[in-house]
Design a protein around this ligand. Sequence first.
Ligand SMILES: *[C@@H]1O[C@H](CO)[C@@H](O)[C@H](O)[C@H]1NC(C)=O
Ligand SMILES: *[C@@H]1O[C@H](CO)[C@@H](O)[C@H](O)[C@H]1NC(C)=O
Ligand SMILES: *[C@@H]1O[C@H](CO)[C@@H](O)[C@H](O)[C@H]1NC(C)=O
Ligand SMILES: *[C@@H]1O[C@H](CO)[C@@H](O)[C@H](O)[C@H]1NC(C)=O
Ligand SMILES: *[C@@H]1O[C@H](CO)[C@@H](O)[C@H](O)[C@H]1NC(C)=O
Ligand SMILES: *[C@@H]1O[C@H](CO)[C@@H](O)[C@H](O)[C@H]1NC(C)=O
Ligand SMILES: *[C@@H]1O[C@H](CO)[C@@H](O)[C@H](O)[C@H]1NC(C)=O
Ligand SMILES: *[C@@H]1O[C@H](CO)[C@@H](O)[C@H](O)[C@H]1NC(C)=O
Ligand SMILES: *[C@@H]1O[C@H](CO)[C@@H](O)[C@H](O)[C@H]1NC(C)=O
Ligand SMILES: *[C@@H]1O[C@H](CO)[C@@H](O)[C@H](O)[C@H]1NC(C)=O
Length: 360
Amino acid sequence: MLKGFLFSWIIGFYLVTIAVAQEDQSGFISIDCGISAGSNYTDIITGLSYTSDVGYVSGGVNKSISPIYQTNALERQFLTLTSFPIGTKNCYTLTPAQGKFGKYLIRASFLYGDYDGNGKLPVFDLHIGENYWDTVTISNASIPIRKDIIHTPPNDSIAVCLVKTDTTSTPFISALELRPLNVTAYRTVLNTSSLELYARLNLGSLTNQSYRYIDDVYDRIWMPFQWDNKAIINTTQEVRENSYRVPSVVMSTAVTPDPLIATGDSVSFAWIAENMTDKYYMYLHFAEVLELQVAQIREFNIYVNGNLFYGPVSPIYLSTTTIYTMSPGIGTGRYDVVINKTATSTLPPLLNALEIYREV
Ligand SMILES: *[C@@H]1O[C@H](CO)[C@@H](O)[C@H](O)[C@H]1NC(C)=O
Ligand SMILES: *[C@@H]1O[C@H](CO)[C@@H](O)[C@H](O)[C@H]1NC(C)=O
Ligand SMILES: *[C@@H]1O[C@H](CO)[C@@H](O)[C@H](O)[C@H]1NC(C)=O
Ligand SMILES: *[C@@H]1O[C@H](CO)[C@@H](O)[C@H](O)[C@H]1NC(C)=O
Ligand SMILES: *[C@@H]1O[C@H](CO)[C@@H](O)[C@H](O)[C@H]1NC(C)=O
Ligand SMILES: *[C@@H]1O[C@H](CO)[C@@H](O)[C@H](O)[C@H]1NC(C)=O
Ligand SMILES: *[C@@H]1O[C@H](CO)[C@@H](O)[C@H](O)[C@H]1NC(C)=O
Ligand SMILES: *[C@@H]1O[C@H](CO)[C@@H](O)[C@H](O)[C@H]1NC(C)=O
Ligand SMILES: *[C@@H]1O[C@H](CO)[C@@H](O)[C@H](O)[C@H]1NC(C)=O
Ligand SMILES: *[C@@H]1O[C@H](CO)[C@@H](O)[C@H](O)[C@H]1NC(C)=O
């Protein structure tokens, strides 16, 4: 089967285009479900301003998580939630300022926290517009679940719906957030399809912290990833953005093969497709973080499933280059990405950050 597989991803890349910093929350919709009607607050960690969900949805019941789950480490948005014991499908209506055909990052967050005292972990579906988005399967009452999607609505308003699929489970939601993106980024073949987040990783993190707004103007959440057998290289200087606007704090660290371990001259990773028909979009973000000597060259090629995907790439010092797919990878059960140094390169490859999305 694999032999006949045609790897037809089209490649694009973005060099430096410095966008004007717009560090405000204009266009953001930040809803903390379940807080009292008409109330709002500014989150102490992110500085984001949250409002109640009253007016965005009808028919829900506001609840608080059980006190034993209300720890200091928990973000405020997880303390309350809205549950929907009545009706099969309950929808939030978001009306973003950019209107239809705008591009938005939408994030729905869930923490069960035994709010109903039943101790039974719920499962239900999430829809966006008229399409299935994902299934929410709570597997631990104290662990938050986040679902991220990049969506271009055909209408001026967007419906985010919670759908009962099991008569013994009640759908609920803790927070719902919408952020406007630049329509030129995260393009898909059909501009109306959505991209569901599969992975968004900050590689070589020195802090083990996740980063979001205000570091990220689009409020994407960058998760730290501890990569075995990799060395970390980093800079304390600012790394310039391109149109993808990956925050400098994320781009300033990278992984590279550990010189103390004979693992070759490559950085490689893989993922398993849940379904052969799944379509994946990949974004690799590179920036040189070391000031190279005259005789030093860092240059590499990127292979996917043994085929050259893009190359050679020579990351620019303190400036982000994004290598991405314009048409998705499809039709194989596994994606093997190998970034290996070219014959002329004197330094091993690096990788600062990566994102993988699945088209829905
Ligand atoms: C639910 O909302 C009402 C009014 O909006 C408020 O008085 C009540 O305290 C809320 N309940 C919980 C559990 O937050
Ligand atoms: C609450 O909302 C009001 C009206 O929109 C706004 O003026 C105020 O700044 C908000 N307060 C917080 C803490 O976000
Ligand atoms: C998306 O496609 C529709 C229909 O072809 C078009 O009207 C619209 O302008 C496109 N939007 C963008 C942002 O390209
Ligand atoms: C969006 O608008 C079209 C007509 O313009 C309508 O047929 C469709 O049902 C609407 N979709 C949603 C999700 O409201
Ligand atoms: C749920 O997660 C917590 C914190 O990560 C962990 O301590 C606990 O063992 C988990 N519970 C179950 C049932 O897996
Ligand atoms: C969106 O990105 C393009 C280049 O990719 C840039 O020219 C444009 O200024 C950006 N728009 C905004 C609102 O940042
Ligand atoms: C980050 O996490 C890894 C693995 O859990 C640990 O070895 C390392 O010490 C942590 N680093 C920091 C700065 O906390
Ligand atoms: C890398 O980070 C460490 C710890 O923050 C710092 O001491 C060091 O100067 C950084 N390296 C470079 C090249 O900036
Ligand atoms: C894979 O996707 C196809 C088309 O979306 C669907 O018909 C099929 O049921 C899926 N298979 C599995 C195992 O989920
Ligand atoms: C780089 O990796 C590809 C795919 O695994 C392999 O075919 C190729 O031989 C490698 N090239 C070098 C120079 O290591």
